[in-house]
Design a protein around this ligand. Structure first.
Ligand code: GLC
Length: 652
């Protein structure tokens, strides 16, 4: 037995030595792919696991989150960092590493996250002794309203407790717990919603030459034993190995998808990492029972409806079963009246404070693009069980729209809340919000929960039209001829009304209309290009739309497709849905253009966006349409929609 232990230890040591050799001595050129498919990115700070996500900061960890339960900004920070010089920064297969000197002493700094364990370690590489002081804090999560912290701490019975000689434990409902520990004593101060700590590190000339700090997240009663914590602190290499193995498997799968144009191959791999590393499994959760993909583990840390639909479209390229799984929570959370909820929070307490409901979801839905995802999954070989389930869910969902989002019963559905549109702050809603303010009572008679005058939006109704076509197709597959016919008719009716009311022959553009009088809201946005995706424009109309698209004063900006035309007086290239560019709109437009034979224009559009994504090496939530600067959340799920475009371009 002792012999076996010795051999195993030797093998682990040898493995670690090889990795250290490979990654420490042979630093790869920044931004290059190393042999054997290793992914190396320049200056990248983000690392994620399951619920844990972290960002390397000045010297230490500037950001940390554990789902919607805890967060830290910073989790760990070197105080008074005099004379720090960063010599190199590498992100190698999901581990972020820097080589630096602090007051002339050389260090290697690593941040590793695998599943719900995080290890930070600062290895001294020169013999000179040094004293360092770190401080950090951990607090109850609250999105943008810090006042919520106190309430959430009470509602979720948040506890902080010190662990003798080891560090501290923080729990949310006694279910989602974090253990913080270090190889140096932590001086801890506990407050109601927050805990702060200081760590004095004394690195001698040889003996103790590394400072290690770890966070271990657990769910439910699993718990972590003191000896486990000690082991984790002692041996960061085994966590690193697990991470490398995880990524290796991931890229082996991606590799099977075939060759990609060489200039995109690194971005392609990185985007696959983004979509797959945003997946999460929240064990013990009463609603989010199946694994799903968070839009970004750094900002958006629960499940959203239209985000997941986009995620499923991408995932279906790689693994149909995983794509099916992405939608399961949403089917299960469908309300008795048929509504598929807008979002499903991890933290019920946070949902309660944000939306004032005693539930995991608010009363809204989101753009119904789920039918598009279902269609992709079905065409890529869904199981019979999934087809039946998806049909049932979609059929109830369409009925819900008819009942609750179509007060004038014209088969054009309406958005009644800006957040329901997915275009939260859009200029499109300025007028409907203003109108609502002075006729609130009147609108409340039409819709129970309403926050803007109802708008029959152009994109919404394209999605509804597609949803009905998909429903007809699924009904046919399931032998439900009557329903197939009914949905074909409904789709045609929606199409007819879109064409009749939304096109303006004077400005040659499609617009949203007010439900009440079908008056067009003359705000030009890329929502109009969804018409091309749905195939609802005539050839002449499509040509006119392309003129708008290619006009640098409207949509052909540095990063194309600003969320409102650049010639709109309210256009702000950095404004959230008020001028930033979003990838989902590029995706609809790309495929829409191809549908009408605008191959060259589609390619130009894709390349214009991809050039910037390549140059900045990012997959962000959105981009400044004037400068191309990446904005919003990093490593954002639906921006990986570019994967299907990269694949398409590579096939030409
Ligand atoms: C923002 C976006 C919305 C998206 C959500 C999650 O609220 O406006 O469209 O679904 O973030 O990514």
């Amino acid at each position: 037995m002792r012999k076996l232990c010795l051999i195993i230890s030797l093998v682990i040591l040898l493995g670690f030595y090889t990795i250290t050799l490979l990654y420490t001595n042979l630093y790869p050129p920044e931004g290059e792919i190393m042999p054997k498919g290793i992914l190396v990115l320049k200056d990248k700070r983000e690392v994620v696991g399951n619920l844990v996500a972290a960002q390397l900061g000045d010297i230490g960890i500037s950001f940390f989150s554990f789902g919607e339960y805890f967060e830290a900004k910073p989790l760990l920070m070197l105080t008074k960092p005099t004379e720090v010089e960063i010599k190199g920064h590498y992100w190698i297969d999901g581990v972020t590493r820097r080589i630096l000197t602090i007051e002339g002493v050389k260090f290697e700094e690593n941040l590793i996250v695998y599943e719900d364990t995080l290890i930070y370690n600062l290895i001294k590489l020169s013999s000179k002794p040094i004293r360092l002081k770190f401080k950090g804090s951990l607090q109850v999560f609250s999105w943008f309203n810090p006042d919520f912290r106190r309430y959430i701490a009470e509602l979720a019975k948040v506890t902080f407790e010190t662990l003798e000689e080891l560090g501290l434990k923080a729990c949310y409902h006694n279910t989602y717990c974090l253990y913080l520990t270090s190889n140096y004593p932590m001086h801890i101060k506990i407050e109601k919603t927050k805990v702060t700590y200081e760590i004095n590190v004394k690195l001698e000339s040889d003996e103790t030459n590394a400072f290690t700090f770890a966070v271990v997240g657990t769910i439910a009663k699993e718990g972590v034993k003191p000896e486990d914590l000690r082991r984790i602190i002692k041996d960061p290499s085994s966590l690193m190995l697990k991470k490398f193995t995880w990524i290796k498997r991931l890229f082996e799968k991606v590799h099977k998808l075939g060759e990609i144009q060489s200039k995109y191959s690194l971005l392609w791999k990185y985007m696959w990492y983004v979509i797959l590393s945003n997946r999460v499994h929240v064990k013990q959760h009463p609603v989010l029972k199946n694994p799903f993909t968070m839009p970004s583990k750094f900002v958006f840390r629960h499940q959203w409806l239209w985000d997941s639909a986009f995620h499923a479209i991408i995932l279906s390229m790689l693994d149909v079963q995983v794509a099916e799984e992405e939608l399961l929570n949403l089917f299960e959370a469908q309300k008795p009246d048929g509504r598929i909820p807008h979002e499903i929070f991890l933290s019920k307490e946070f949902c309660k404070l944000f939306w004032k409901v005693d539930d995991y979801s608010p009363w809204t839905t989101q753009p119904p693009v789920i039918a598009i995802a279902i269609d992709y999954i079905v065409n890529r070989g869904a199981s019979r069980e999934f087809i039946e389930r998806a049909f049932r869910a979609l059929d109830r969902y369409d009925r819900w729209f008819r009942e609750y989002r179509d007060a004038d019963k014209d088969q054009l559905m309406a958005y009644v809340d800006p957040l329901e549109s997915g275009w939260d702050d859009s200029v499109r809603w300025d007028k409907p919000i203003a109108v609502f303010k002075y006729r609130t009572k009147h609108y409340r008679k039409l819709y129970k929960n309403i926050r803007m005058a109802p708008v029959e939006a152009v994109d919404l109704n394209c999605y509804i039209y597609i949803q009905r076509k998909v429903l007809a197709e699924l009904a046919r597959k399931l032998g439900l001829e009557n329903l197939a016919e009914e949905y074909t008719k409904l789709a045609e009716e929606t199409a007819l009304k879109i064409r009749r009311y939304m096109w303006d022959p004077e400005t040659n553009f499609f617009y949203d209309i007010m439900e009440e009088n079908h008056e067009q809201i003359k705000v030009k946005t890329p929502a109009a290009f969804v018409i091309l995706y749905a195939g609802l424009a005539t050839k002449e109309q499509a040509e006119k739309l392309v003129e708008h698209l290619l006009n640098p004063r409207e949509f052909w900006t540095t990063f194309p497709l600003p969320s409102v035309s650049a010639d709109d007086p309210k256009y702000d290239p950095k404004g959230y849905w008020r001028g930033r560019s979003w990838i989902n709109m590029i995706w609809f437009t790309y495929w829409g253009l191809k549908k009408y034979g605008f191959e060259k224009e589609a390619r130009m559009l894709a390349e214009k966006a991809l050039d910037i994504m390549l140059k900045t090496f990012t997959c962000n939530e959105n981009y400044n349409s004037l400068t191309g600067e990446p904005l919003g959340a990093p490593d954002f799920g639906w921006s990986t929609l570019m994967l299907s475009i990269i694949k398409d371009i590579s096939q030409d």
